[in-house]
Structure formats: structure tokens, C-alpha cells
Design a protein. Structure first.
Length: 298
């Protein structure tokens, strides 16, 4: 499969931050249309040490780099609450992001990078997209109305391009254009206490539940699933007997009771409908067929 190596640089002598302490830099890379572009490897290199002009040199900024099929839209979320750096890009796990790196500028030293995916995964990446362009987005965050200088960054991207049909290409581009419409504020996940985790996920841990006595029985090896004598021949089990065992596996017990239930709760996993819900009716509701044999939905 053909592999394409793309090298790009961004070099600026001066950048002027706005009144909110932000500066957004963008570069577009044109690609072939009608292809599935797999971004296999990404590398970012800082060619020069950034510095400040017109302000104390110890007031260093942060900046973030995003590689994406479409331009990145600044959000209303904070990057650093302590120094009030805001309007950051979306998270690296967002579908619109192929690669993201954050950097802390250090005095008289190269910036310290953290990236997503990590350096190990970025060397064997499998992210792909269909758009015929790629964007390098950079967001500098620092002191309001300050001038930074000597910005020089190099990028290398290894891509594997595969020709696809028009339908796949069109649907991929449509998805990527929708993914680029980011939310300005994201709030996902919720805090949960240890007591709620123990009680809601596994009720038998705190509030009572199914505690099989076979976990403590010396005869568990010979009679774990059904009550089979260990020294006698195995008896034929009837549907009623199995259904009774399943019913006991679904019964709850109080948290302060001793081990009394026989079967664990996972005994009923993947059982057929009749054993779990009860006896199957002799006559199911009648169905009607079309002339070609398809079942009609009424």
C-alpha cells in the first residue's frame, strides 16, 4: 500500500495575543479527494525556544496543538483556572481530533510536551478520515495583549491513502463535518460515593443479595450447577426442576442472613425464554404471511 509522508512547518517571528490572552494559528494541508486517509504516524518537533517581548521572562504561556480534518473551534471551557487561561480546544478523545499535544513553555528551554495519543501509540496510529484536507491548529494562551516570538514548529505525518467508492467517501466527509461542530461546554460523567458503588452495582455486597452456599461446599465440584449426587449416577433433570433452580438463583436474601441460597445469580445467564420467564405457552399468537412467505407486521 502506498505511504505518503507529509512535512510541514509553522514559523512566526511574532504573535500578538488578544485581550483574552489567546492567539489561534492555523495551517491547511490539501489532500486527494475520494480516498480514505489513514494517519499512521505523527511527530511534532519544536525547532526553537519561544520567548517573550515586552514582559517579564518568567511569565511563560501554555499552548495546544491539534491535527484534525476540519478547523478546530475554540470552546468556552478553561485550560488553566489558576491563571485563567480559557477557550481551549476540545478534548483529545473527541471524534474531530486525530492528534493533540499540549505544551508548557519553559524559560530558556524547549517546551515540555504531553500528547494524545501517546508517543508509543502515535508511532503506530490507525486513525483515518475521508476529507480532502487536514488542518494544523495551534492555540497559544498567555498574558493579555502580550507579544510572543520565535515560534518554530515542525510536523511530520505518515499517511496511507486507499481509494474508496463515492458513497463511502461522501458519508465519511459528512460525518467529519458534523463532528467538527463541537459543543462549547462539555460536562460528562458524575461523582459517585463508595457506598453507592457497592450497593448499586453489586447489591449483595451491602444491601443483601444472592450468596451461593456452593462457594463454601466441599462437594461443589460435583454438584455446582445442579444438585447431582457425587457418588450416584446423574439423574435426568426435568424442566420444572431446572426452572425451580433458576428461580432460586433470582431470589434475594437479607444482608444479615447466613449463606442459604443454593445457586449464584449468574446461573440464569443466557438461559432460554421459558426457563427465565416461566412456562412457554402452548400456542403463540398467530402470525400472518405474505404471498412470498414474509411475516406481516400488523
Amino acid at each position: 500500500m502506498p505511504v505518503t509522508i507529509i512535512k510541514e512547518t509553522i514559523e512566526l517571528d511574532d504573535i500578538q495575543l488578544d485581550g483574552d490572552g489567546n492567539c489561534f494559528i492555523q495551517k491547511k494541508i490539501n489532500l486527494q479527494s475520494g480516498y480514505r486517509h489513514m494517519l499512521q504516524q505523527v511527530d511534532v518537533f519544536e525547532d526553537a525556544i519561544p520567548f517573550l517581548r515586552g514582559a517579564p521572562s518568567d511569565e511563560q504561556p501554555n499552548y495546544e496543538i491539534v491535527i484534525s480534518p476540519y478547523p478546530q473551534i475554540p470552546t468556552n471551557m478553561l485550560y488553566n483556572e489558576n491563571t485563567l487561561q480559557e477557550n481551549r480546544y476540545v478534548a483529545g478523545g473527541d471524534d474531530s481530533v486525530l492528534f493533540k499535544a499540549n505544551a508548557r513553555v519553559r524559560l530558556n528551554n524547549h517546551s515540555e510536551f504531553t500528547q494524545f495519543p501517546s508517543t508509543q501509540i502515535a508511532a503506530q496510529n490507525k486513525s483515518y478520515f475521508y476529507s480532502d484536507h487536514l488542518y494544523i491548529n495551534i492555540h497559544f494562551m498567555g498574558i493579555d495583549d502580550l507579544v510572543y516570538g520565535n515560534i518554530a514548529l515542525s510536523f511530520m505525518m505518515v499517511m496511507n491513502n486507499v481509494k474508496v467508492n463515492l458513497l463511502e467517501s461522501t458519508m465519511g466527509i459528512l460525518k467529519e463535518s458534523h463532528d467538527a461542530m463541537c459543543a462549547l461546554v462539555m460536562s460528562q460523567g458524575h461523582a459517585i460515593s463508595i457506598n453507592d458503588l457497592r450497593g448499586n452495582v453489586f447489591p449483595m455486597w451491602r444491601y443483601g443479595g444472592i450468596r451461593p452456599e456452593h462457594t463454601l461446599s466441599p462437594n461443589a465440584i460435583g454438584s455446582f450447577f445442579l444438585q447431582v449426587p457425587t457418588t450416584d449416577k446423574e439423574l435426568m433433570q426435568s424442566t420444572a426442576t431446572i426452572r425451580n433452580a433458576v428461580g432460586r438463583a433470582r431470589r434475594m436474601s437479607a444482608f444479615d442472613e447466613a449463606f442459604g441460597q443454593t445457586f449464584p445469580d449468574w446461573f440464569r445467564f443466557n438461559l432460554n425464554e421459558g426457563l427465565v420467564s416461566g412456562p412457554v405457552r402452548d400456542q403463540w399468537p398467530p402470525i400472518k404471511h405474505d404471498d412470498n412467505g414474509n411475516v406481516l407486521c400488523l
